[in-house]
Design a protein around this ligand. Sequence first.
Ligand SMILES: *[C@@H]1O[C@H](CO)[C@@H](O)[C@H](O)[C@H]1NC(C)=O
Ligand SMILES: *[C@@H]1O[C@H](CO)[C@@H](O)[C@H](O)[C@H]1NC(C)=O
Length: 316
Amino acid sequence: MLSNTLGKKDPIPCVLTVAMKPARRPLLGALALAALLSFILLIPPPSGLLLFPSHRQTPTSPYAHRPKLLFLLAGQSNMAGRGAPPAPLPPPYLPHPRLLRLAADRRWVAATPPLHADIDTHKTCGLGPAMPFAHRVLLSSSPESAPSSVSEPGEGDPVVLGLVPCAVGGTRIWMWARGQPLYEAAVARTRAAVADGGGELGAVLWFQGESDTIEVDDARSYGGKMERLVADFRADLGLPNLPVIQVGLASGEGNYTEIVREAQKNVNLHNVIYVDAMGLPLSDDQLHLSTEAQLQLGEMLAQAYLEFNSSRDPKL
Ligand SMILES: *[C@@H]1O[C@H](CO)[C@@H](O)[C@H](O)[C@H]1NC(C)=O
Ligand SMILES: *[C@@H]1O[C@H](CO)[C@@H](O)[C@H](O)[C@H]1NC(C)=O
C-alpha cells in the first residue's frame, strides 16, 4: 500500500535543485544533465525517499473517484503562490468538500493552501490565485450550498473541481519545453488526474515569464516558445482546442518585462486567453503578488474562464 503510493511519487522535487542553474554549465554538461533528469523521471524513487510525510498522510478525498472539472496550474512562483497567509484565512482559501488537489503522490486530497507545498519544494509556498479561482467557479456552477455528506454518484451531481498543481518558482520557459522534466511531469500528472475519476480538463492556468525578463534573448524568444508550449500541451493531451489562460506579467526579475508582456499579448492561437495582472499590488520584493493581489487575480481568472465557457461553441 505504502510502496504503491511512493512508487507514483512525482519526480519534480528530486530534480529541482539540479534544474535551476543550467545556464552556467557547458553544453555537454547540460546534455548529460538532461539525460540524467529524463532517467530520474522514468524511475520511481526508492521507497526510502520519504520527502513529505505530512502530505502523504493527508486523507484521500471521498470525491476522489468522481468525474471532475480539472485545471492544470503551471508556471513559476506567482502561480505557485508566495502571498503571506493572513490569520484568519480569507474564505476563498478555505477548503471546500468538492475542491480537490492532486498531491505529488497523485492522490486526490482536499485542496488546502499552499497548493504547491509538495511540488514547488525549494521555497516556502504561500497563497496563489488558484483557490479563489476555484471557489468562484464552484459557486457559479453550483450556487446551492455544499451537501454535508458525500452523496451517491448520479445525474445532476454538483461539479467537483480538481486542481493539478505543477508550477515551480524561478523556472524559465525553456524549462517547460517538451522533453524537459517540468513539461513531462505536467503532462503525466494531468493524464493521471484524468485517469483517476475521469472528467474534463477545463483549462491550463499559466503564470510564468518573470525569469525570462533577465536575458534579452529569453525575452525576445518568449512568444515563439509560448506558442510551441500551447501546441505541445494540446497535442500531448489530445485536446486540440484546450483553453489556456495566461497571466500578463505584473513584474519581472530583469529589465525586459515589457518585451515579455508584448509577446504574451501577441500569442496568436485560438482559445488562448490573456488576463493582465499588471497593476495588482506586489509584496515588498516587487516581484511577488500580495495575498490581496492573488485574491483579485483568482477572481479575474475565474471571470475569464466562465465568460469563455459560456460563449464557446460546445462543439469546440
Ligand atoms: C460551461 O458551459 C456549459 C454549457 O455550455 C455548462 O453546462 C457548464 O455548466 C459550464 N461550466 C461552468 C463551470 O460554468
Ligand atoms: C537593468 O539595467 C540596469 C541599468 O542598465 C542595470 O544596472 C541592471 O543590472 C540591470 N538588471 C538586470 C537584472 O540585468
